[in-house]
Ligand binder design. Structure first.
Ligand SMILES: [Zn+2]
Length: 191
């Protein structure tokens, strides 16, 4: 298994539509395993292949909260086949939009169809944080970030800050300074 670098916005690869998997073969399983390891190391509770620069419809999740413990989930070609009319709002974060969080409203319950790690078709009913997380990851496969669900004003502000942070980091690196990184806030949920 290997850790993969996680792309951050604004990166054009995060805006692309990913391609369906034809079959879950050993290559796809290797990708799934590497993504899970990368997600745990980040740490996050969900990761989509385009976030590591692979434009394939693959996501991994592992939610470990008091209200829901899923264990590792691997999904190829996931699609929402039913969604509740009722919405729920959750403060979302994203490993590709580091250190920014925003309320996003999505259907509270969804039924998802996907191929599991063995290539078998499965359907799963999701609610709560799992429903939010699955929809957030499927969005990634269509080039959609959670900041695309919020106002353009707030989105542009976040993108500007991310660009500025990236430039500062590049400057520090070129000056040979150790990038001292302190986290002042734990992620509500990095997806
Ligand atoms: Zn995300």
């Amino acid at each position: 298994m290997a850790l993969m670098p996680i792309l951050t916005a604004p990166d054009p690869r995060l805006k692309k539509k990913s391609k369906s998997i034809e079959a879950v073969d050993d290559g796809v399983r290797q990708l799934m395993d590497d993504m899970l390891e990368t997600m745990y190391a980040a740490p996050g509770i969900g990761l989509a292949a385009p976030q590591v620069g692979v434009l394939k419809r693959v996501i991994v999740l592992d939610i470990d909260r008091e209200e829901v413990k899923t264990g590792p989930l691997f999904m190829a070609n996931p699609e929402v086949i039913e969604a509740s009319d009722e919405d729920v709002t959750y403060e979302e974060g994203c490993l590709s939009v580091p250190e920014h969080y925003s309320d996003v409203a999505r259907p509270a319950r969804v039924r998802v169809r996907y191929l599991d790690r063995g290539g078998k078709q499965q359907e799963m009913d999701c609610e709560g944080l799992l429903a939010t997380c699955v929809q957030h990851e499927i969005d990634h496969l269509d080039g959609i970030l959670f900041i695309d669900h919020i106002s353009a004003l707030k989105r542009n502000m976040i993108l500007r800050k991310l660009l500025k942070a990236r430039k500062e980091k590049e400057r520090e690196t070129s000056e040979g300074k150790a990038a001292a990184k302190t986290k002042d806030k734990e992620p509500a949920a990095a997806l």
